[in-house]
Write a protein that binds this ligand. Sequence first.
Ligand SMILES: Nc1ncnc2c1ncn2[C@@H]1O[C@H](COP(=O)(O)OP(=O)(O)OP(=O)(O)O)[C@@H](O)[C@H]1O
Length: 241
Amino acid sequence: MQKPIAQIRRIKKKISDRTIIDDFSLDIYPGQVLGLLGPNGAGKTTLIKMILGLMAPTQGEIRIGGSCIQRNFTAAITNVGAIVETPALYGYLSGYQNLLHYARMAGGIGHERIRTVTAQVGLEGRIHDKVGTYSLGMRQRLGLAQALLHNPALLILDEPTNGLDPAGIRDLRNHLRQLAHEEGVAVMVSSHLLSEMELICDRVAIIQQGKLIQALNVDATAKGALEAAFLAMTEGDGTCN
Ligand SMILES: Nc1ncnc2c1ncn2[C@@H]1O[C@H](COP(=O)(O)OP(=O)(O)OP(=O)(O)O)[C@@H](O)[C@H]1O
């Protein structure tokens, strides 16, 4: 097995006297799509914010590319591209101009790389149109292109399928699987929908009340176990709201 790109070690997060994340450990591997599956309020966004250094854990350590996000933020975060909540895009600029803006902020990213990520997310036909005219799915793709600009080893997307129609979900799924399987990117996505996670992910980590319940590979043999663990949480309605 390859070395993990990210190691989450015994993370705890307390806010006031409430424990939001409780002794959570997980490794994230290159070439895999990992799903973080849990009901609303389980702690998915909190965990993702800690991986991104947007929130400090109360205890524990998160390493990305060997560097600790708490102590060596710059070295750790260069490995990561992310979309948390909706991507921040300028509607009055074209998709291309948005990417150029971020490329300039990041530094060292040229037009060639912008063209590559544009093709990767399938936006070539509309990249010179104003973002204000884009559908939600197209904005999502542009957000993905933006997150990929600096060629991150780890891509993290918080609830990426929210608001997408079935075709948009299928496209996103294909993009993410291609990034992981053909380019070796470690992809982490969060969701509260088991059916979606089964289609997108190679491995699923189930989180409930801030605890890791189970981490399973999504293959024919694990499917039953995944469903059983999930149904125990949701009482069988297929979602965990
Ligand atoms: N800043 C905060 N102060 C107090 N409580 C918080 C704070 N941030 C998160 N929480 C609480 O922590 C718990 C986990 O929230 P979080 O947003 O991480 O869950 P989630 O799994 O992402 O849920 P959702 O699917 O609804 O986005 C919730 O009960 C939430 O109310």
